[in-house]
Design a protein around this ligand. Structure first.
Ligand SMILES: [Fe+2]
Length: 362
């Protein structure tokens, strides 16, 4: 999908005082007073490296800044995004059609879904910037259809980070697309309720995992892994999930992957009673709060890789300014280094009173 755009970015070098540099800046070659090379061209600064420069008595730092041709950059980004949005919308319509068929005829069109994975969703997961595009997608339809497509795509992306390939990867994507298929048996007044569910309604809603499994359990062409993803995606590693309160290794690895993706997508999507959280905060909440309930390997793989997508995002800060994320430090995802619209580099770990309010563009 990214074919046809191969031009390399060009750079200009600007001298910064050492006290003005920040992690994330890319430097030119830095040579000490005694002629020794301290840092090579292209090195990206970290807190440690800045401390090393201080120790060497370096006072001026050459910083490489990308010279951006706005027309070219915009054209490239628009082209990739439009392609993605168009295929994403087709996929949402296909999922809606599938859910309607299941609701009326009680049969999952498995062959159609496998073809959808093969021809559309599997290629989509390789789109440059895929996770970012999902944050900007226009939600024109019911939450469940978008959520199913999102979970299928993100499960595929995460599966690839974890080393899944070929048939197994396609099965994982299929399991993600179908994970909530049991919701077709939940009454619409509960499924589409514009508010929080009562305890009784929640009990009914929770049956969707078992319902989904019942619908596909006798389908000979569907591997057990796909069925387990559907049945167990609300099970939790500490036994606190449903429907069977399974623990740790009892939970299939497809279900452990879908669990993480399901939470991430639900929290970063707008719903009737829940305005979406920004992905920086969600990543931090996943790493802080639910580690005991989710598979640690799945979680770390997801969190470590998804953070890379955030560099280059434009965010709105609580002081009203917009800023570009230039560096994600090793700690809190909601406190990256940003460059404000008026050119100030700010390490949000140090500016505690300023927070990211929302994502503006990617
Ligand atoms: Fe679910």
């Amino acid at each position: 999908m990214s074919g046809g755009f191969t031009s390399m970015p060009s750079y200009q070098v600007r001298q910064y005082k050492l006290e003005d540099v920040a992690p994330g800046m890319e430097v030119g070659t830095i040579i000490s007073e005694c002629g020794k090379t301290v840092l090579c061209e292209g090195t990206v600064l970290t807190d440690n490296l800045i401390a090393i420069l201080q120790n060497w008595g370096i006072t001026e730092v050459p910083v490489k800044e990308k010279v951006i041709n706005p027309d070219e950059t915009e054209r490239k980004k628009n082209w990739i995004q439009q392609q993605f949005f168009s295929e994403y919308e087709d996929t949402v319509m296909a999922i809606q059609h599938c859910f309607e068929q299941v609701r009326f005829f009680r049969e999952v069109p498995i062959m159609e879904m496998q073809e959808l994975v093969e021809k559309t969703v599997n290629p989509l997961i390789d789109t440059v910037g895929v996770i970012n595009h999902l944050h900007l997608v226009r939600r024109w339809n019911e939450y469940t259809f978008h959520h199913s497509v999102d979970v299928g795509i993100i499960a595929g992306v995460l599966g690839k980070w974890m080393g899944y390939r070929g048939v197994e990867l396609k099965d994982l994507i299929l399991s993600g697309l179908l994970h909530d298929i049991g919701k077709t048996r939940i009454p619409l007044e509960i499924l589409d309720k514009p508010g929080r569910l009562s305890d009784q309604e929640m009990t009914i809603m929770k049956q969707h995992a078992a319902y989904g499994y019942e619908m596909v359990k006798d389908a000979p062409q569907l591997p057990m892994s796909v069925r387990c993803g559907i049945l167990q995606h609300h099970e939790r590693m500490d036994g606190s999930g449903y429907p069977h309160q399974l623990c740790g290794e009892q939970i299939h690895h497809f279900a452990r992957i879908i669990a993480v993706v399901d939470i991430y997508d639900a929290m970063t999507s707008d719903r009737v009673y829940h305005e979406k959280d920004n992905p920086f905060t969600v990543v931090e909440m996943i790493s802080n709060q639910v580690f005991g309930q989710l598979d640690p390997f799945v979680c770390t793989t997801f969190l470590n890789n998804v953070r890379d997508y955030f560099v280059g995002n434009v965010v709105l800060l609580s002081d009203g300014r917009q800023a570009e994320v230039v560096y994600m430090g090793p700690f809190r995802a909601s406190r990256p280094v940003v460059k404000t619209e008026d050119g100030q580099f700010m390490d949000l770990e140090k500016y505690k009173d300023i927070a990211i309010i929302k994502l503006v563009t990617t």
